[in-house]
Ligand binder design. Sequence first.
Ligand code: UDX
Length: 443
Amino acid sequence: MDQGNVVRASVIGCGYLGAVHAASLAALGHEVVGVDVDQDKIALLARGEAPFFEPGLADLLQAGMSAGKLRFSTDFAAAADCQLHFLAVGTPQMRGSQAADLTFIHAAVDALLPWLRPGAVVVGKSTVPVGTARELADKIAAAVPGALLAWNPEFLREGFAVEDTLRPDRIVYGLPADAAEAEAAKALLDQLYAKPLASGCPLISTDYQTAELVKVAANSFLATKISFINAMAEIAEVVGADVTKLADAIGFDQRIGRKFLNAGVGFGGGCLPKDIRAFQARADELGTGRSVSFLSEVDAINLRRRERVVELVLASLGDDYQQKRVAVLGLAFKPESDDVRDSPALDVAVRLHGLGVGVVATDPQAIGNARRLHPQLDFAATAEEAVDGAEVVVLVTEWRQYRDFDPKLAHALVARPVVIDGRNCLDADRWRDAGWTYLGMGR
Ligand code: UDX
């Protein structure tokens, strides 16, 4: 890269979002320091090890560090020299409320302020309630005149985070209202994203509020699309229709599209569930709660699908379901991730265990995280071990190894060949041909 285009950037918060962002910026040729208050996480990252499962991340970390482009620190002083400071800390759901907890983002800005220089730009990446950027901009301007704030929402998907960061499908800038300040912030961001912009990535420059809303609107739309098809699954279950065929048929309409129309146990993860709840909570605060009241319904439909899977398991086990062995395939909220935050798969395992069912759960990556939260569960290292002696097999995360699981081999291991396909990802005919009772979601 032309040295003139190299930007010195800090990334505050090195979780799923920040670690990937830091490594990706280094891969784009910039000089990056990742800062986090978690010493263990920083120690791992500084050794070039990803603190969580994310395909491609470890390679990128090692490449960035051996090129001398990437370092990590627990000390905010390490960010002093940077032109851009990305805020990539979590904004989880607040305990006992639907709203987002902004403690970490305020703490990050407060810790950064002593090191912030006039002319530097703080760039928000975290998902926040609309209005947060304005508040932070005022705080920054009061403490460090000449330092600026921009909002640059992140749309990366776990499991594809590296790809999504290096080759985003759009870039959004929320810029200050003052024209000169907006121009200064935009110039630095343009320099940072020179590569994706040169390859034709669309850029939308707008105000803070719109940039904040873009993120929650996108996630709300995706959540709504999933809950829409899951609502159709509920109807299909009543009338005996097949929701997967229905999704194929409506998905051919280009205005609708087939993506995110997979009915199943529903959405989870660190974003969709908490983002729709926080959006509803923020809209309520603003007196416009009715505009997004459908999001409460989206959430309710989503949570009902987990209950549905549990009901199917209990119905298959019969009245004396207690202590009967059930294999739960999957714990992560989706494949290619070890993330169990608000995971429908883990929730199903925990609910069944709570009802006295003898659950044995497995996942290629997420057992460690699941065990930390729910040590009461029994875990097996492989699908073969998990299904051994099971009376029902329930698939709740569509990892490739489970989709490819040989139904004949599995048949030889189980006590009773009943499979509940909570992700509609198995070939129903193939499983039935191998002697299984196959139950899908909405089919
Ligand atoms: C999401 C957004 O996609 C991303 O743009 C944003 O930046 C963060 O939130 P992520 O949480 O990584 O990303 O997961 P995503 O791939 O969107 O899946 C979310 C959940 O929806 C998963 O639990 C997945 O299993 C579920 N899902 C997805 C369905 O149930 N059906 C579908 O058709 C698609």
